[in-house]
Design a protein around this ligand. Structure first.
Ligand code: ADP
Ligand code: MG
Length: 474
């Protein structure tokens, strides 16, 4: 990608899922109507005090444990002081001195290789309000003010855009699997600051920060553009023009644009938030939180590959979305064959969801209903073609597969099929004679007759076996 050593560090902000905002009781959730989810605290009205949302603290600590971080002895917050119209208090409540987690790591996979990302820290903070700018005015929506945010800061440990994206995807999956966040980039729940530098030796080059990138594809493009821009300057002996600065990604041109220099760090005059008492984090409390983690996507992936022998390709499709993986697991717990479920999920079901633009939650054939089709397919009482027809009919009419299976069940027991075949052979002496004289394609004629007689329900394998037996013995 570049002849230089590329170094990337990420700061990933993710809005958490919770019953309420992190320091007020206003609802944390999307609303069409601006300024409908706000409490006096979110507007910084006098006399209001923050109350810490326990759910958010527990989810933040849960992520800290998943990332193998060190947790502080006491939970407390800091004020980051600055003024902006989207921050009516004049400060953001965040964690600077003792984040919920420091010094961890996370394993992630890319192209069959496992990498280790180093986590600098993870901290809990509040989101600001959102601003919409128009040509003659700007509008403020306080619905976002106070939504709990987790900020995850990595060490400069990635060396390509691919690595950075694979890491972000893994974190996103973990957030979804553990219910910490929906991590939906389409709803603006994830925003990343991307730091990029290049160098021709072991030392780190000058870091450029690209702020507030709002999708993974934009992170990817921003990194590659920035590597190209810095490399070209270095090629032309103009590396001194790469400044420690903050840029933004411009979606229309796919380029990064300078916003401001970052040489003089802004002094945010951090101090401990005095309105929130310190809270002791005990070993027992952490243990309790640890027990809520559940199985993580990487663990499920290993199980699918090693225990169920699914292909890497199918495994990756299934674990990509928690709902796929949950559906798959439910089918397995009902005793279905993993390989068969995997084929149906990745092939038939996901194709149907994409076609209908629905999610698995809205999908009519819950595992218990899919089971009706797959057990019959597995013991060969219906053919694959019939299974797919039943699948479609059942979805179309929202009726359980068993209704259709009764009508289409293959005739696959010998005692039913034998007399039918015997009758056909006996009624067609000419064809039998011709067959024995060498017209071997007449075999298909007999199969056709059996299918006609049974309205296509005879098991093809068994039919062929019995016909060979009869013709052979004549
Ligand atoms: P700042 O004080 O400017 O915020 P930090 O040291 O806190 O800088 O780092 C912020 C982010 O930048 C972290 O994600 C870190 O990994 C990343 N970073 C630091 N140095 C470099 C570098 N030379 N190249 C790329 N990323 C870097
Ligand atoms: Mg920073």
């Amino acid at each position: 990608m570049s002849k230089y050593n590329v170094t990337i560090g990420l700061e990933m902000h993710c809005e958490m899922k919770s019953n309420a905002k992190v320091f007020s009781r206003a609802k944390n959730g999307f609303s069409e109507l601006a300024n409908s989810h706000i409490s006096p605290l979110d507007l910084a009205l006098p006399g209001t005090l923050p109350v810490v949302n326990k759910t958010c603290v527990e989810k933040a600590l849960k992520m800290s444990l998943i990332l193998h971080c060190k947790q502080p002895e006491y939970l407390y917050f800091d004020r980051k002081n600055y003024y902006y119209p989207d921050l009516p208090k004049g400060y953001q409540i965040t964690q600077m001195h003792e984040p919920v987690g420091t010094g961890g790591y996370l394993l992630y996979d890319l192209d069959n290789k496992t990498y280790k990302a180093l986590i600098h820290d993870i901290h809990l903070e509040e989101d600001s309000a959102s601003l919409d700018h128009y040509s003659d005015c700007s509008l403020i929506d306080y619905n976002r003010a106070g939504i709990p945010l987790l900020e995850l800061v990595t060490e400069p440990c990635f060396h390509s855009a691919e690595e950075a994206i694979a890491f972000l995807e893994e974190v996103k999956r973990i957030y979804q699997y553990t219910d910490i966040s929906d991590a939906d980039t389409k709803k603006g729940q994830i925003r990343c600051d991307v730091n990029v530098s290049i160098s021709s030796d072991d030392t780190l080059g000058t870091k450029v920060e690209i702020k507030n990138v709002n999708s993974f594809s934009n992170v990817y493009e921003a990194i590659n553009y920035e590597v190209k821009r810095q490399s070209e300057l270095k090629d032309q002996n103009r590396y001194d023009e790469v400044e420690q600065e903050t840029r933004r990604f411009d979606e229309e041109t796919g380029t990064t644009i300078r916003m401001r220099s970052k040489v003089d760090a802004i002094d945010y005059k951090y101090f401990v938030e005095p309105n929130i008492p310190k809270y002791k984090i005990t070993k027992e409390y952490l243990e309790k939180i640890k027990n809520t983690i559940g199985s993580l996507p990487r663990e499920r992936k290993e199980k699918y590959l090693n225990e169920y022998n699914l292909s890497l390709y199918d495994t990756n499709i299934i674990i990509k979305e928690k709902e796929y993986s949950d559906y798959f697991e439910e089918c397995i717990s009902l005793g279905l064959n993993p390989k068969m479920v995997s084929n149906w999920l990745t092939g038939v079901i996901i194709a149907y969801l994409n076609k209908e633009l629905i999610s698995l939650k809205e999908f009519y054939l819950k595992p218990i209903l899919l089971k009706q089709i797959l057990t019959n397919l597995d013991n060969k009482t219906i053919s694959i073609k019939q299974a797919k027809e039943i699948f479609n009919k059942s979805l179309e009419n929202r009726e359980e597969p068993n209704i259709y299976i009764k009508d289409t069940k293959q005739i696959s027991d010998i005692d039913t099929l034998r007399p039918i075949i015997e009758k056909i052979i006996n009624n067609n002496p000419n064809q039998v004679k011709l067959y024995h004289e060498g017209k071997s394609n007449l075999f298909d004629y007999f199969v056709g007759q059996v299918m006609k007689e049974t309205k296509g329900k005879a098991s093809p394998t068994l039919t062929k076996e019995l016909i060979s037996e009869y013709l052979g013995s004549k």
